[in-house]
Design a protein around this ligand. Structure first.
Ligand code: KG4
Ligand code: ZN
Length: 338
């Protein structure tokens, strides 16, 4: 049979990314991360779409060149239709449509949240794939979901955040501590040398499998403000312990719901995705759950957990096999359910 080359394009937030997969195997995976947002402490949508506009052609050229193929070899183009920032999505969507027209090859729309989960199916030596059915927990700066996955495109959200995403809980806590954006990785770094039991933060009471993180951030703020009144150097003196305590609580919040989901569904295969899955605390907790509760856990390679286009391409690959193509009337969708 002929080789299937899928070009994946991702532009839902602040990363412009393109990737080529050949029969589901990585040939290239290029990401241009936008530095411009750092000074604002968060993603500025208008600046994001402008940067996508500048980056998209070079990023796609690089992905094709690195894969050592020509444009004519590409079998189909997969792009992120949503969810995400409208202005950002429009850049990738319009570009994907035009390129598909120009090359006369199929266009495939992909749901970004499904793609985070399907990243586990990128062919990669040393990484096993989950078997259906499994539970996926997608945790990042924009999402917090627990999804029951029964097939490549049969997914059901069984729990999600009712306010902030877990990555925001990390980043906003970091901001309160005066750490630069995005502060999640820094909290993780300091946490590894701190005492997780030094301070106690409340866990939210949310029904079912849903999450809430906005109260947590406020609790951190009040706690720090109160301590600073007594000792202006409280943060410097206790940074590692504060970070360890914050991380410990966030990981407990995630694991409590994950345990509940495993219990309710009877499914003990758990796959994680999204930038926060890089966190050392959640990784340790999952490895612990493998031993203690006999779960089977799947943690993808770091470059496939944060926003990337290889995950869009693998989702495109499986749609290509089913000949599930989009027509040119398809539009970007800021809110787009799994
Ligand atoms: O998936 P991602 O790159 O982008 C989206 O938000 O979609 O995730 C970025 C988020 C940020 O909130 C960042 O602080 C968080 O992932 N993050 C971490 C770690 N690495 C990235 N949070 C905690 N610990 C980490 N090691
Ligand atoms: Zn994402």
């Amino acid at each position: 049979a002929q080789d299937i080359y899928i070009l994946g394009i991702e532009s839902s937030c602040d990363d412009t990314a393109a990737s080529i997969l050949c029969n589901g195997k990585i040939r290239s995976n290029i990401v241009a991360t936008q530095e411009v947002h750092q000074q604002y402490g968060g993603v500025v949508p208008e600046l994001a779409s402008r940067a996508h506009q500048q980056n998209i052609v070079p990023v796609i050229h690089q992905a094709i060149a690195k894969a050592n193929i020509g444009k004519k070899d590409i079998s189909a183009i997969a792009f992120t239709r949503g969810p995400g920032l409208m202005g950002s999505l429009l850049v990738g969507t319009s570009f994907a449509k035009s390129l598909s027209m120009g090359l006369g090859i199929p266009l495939i729309e992909v749901n970004h949240m499904q793609a985070h989960i399907l990243a586990h199916f990128i062919e990669e030596d040393g990484f096993g794939k989950p078997e259906f059915p499994f539970l996926a927990m997608t945790i990042s700066g924009g999402h917090t979901q627990i999804v029951k996955v029964t097939d490549y495109f049969s997914m059901e959200v069984i729990g999600e955040t009712i306010d902030d995403a877990v990555g925001e809980a990390f980043d906003k806590s970091a901001k309160i501590l005066g750490l630069p954006y995005p502060g999640g990785p820094l909290i993780d770094k300091y946490a590894q040398e701190g005492n997780a039991k030094a301070f106690k933060f409340p866990k939210p009471k949310v029904s079912g499998l849903n999450f809430s993180f906005s109260g947590f951030k406020t609790a951190v703020l009040y706690f720090v403000e109160k301590q600073l009144k007594e000792d202006p150097h409280f943060i410097e003196k206790n940074l590692k312990d504060i970070c360890a305590s914050i991380q410990y609580t966030i990981v407990e919040i995630l694991m409590d719901k994950l345990k509940k989901a495993v219990k309710e569904t009877g499914i003990n295969q758990v796959a994680i995705g999204g930038g926060v899955s890089a966190n050392s605390g959640i990784r340790t907790a999952l490895l612990d759950a493998e031993k203690r509760y006999k779960w089977k856990c799947f943690i993808p390679k770091f470059e496939y957990t944060t926003d990337n286009a290889a995950m869009i391409a693998i989702a495109g690959h499986y749609k290509f096999l089913k000949k599930e193509f989009s027509d040119y009337s398809t539009t970007a969708q800021a809110r787009y359910k799994i």
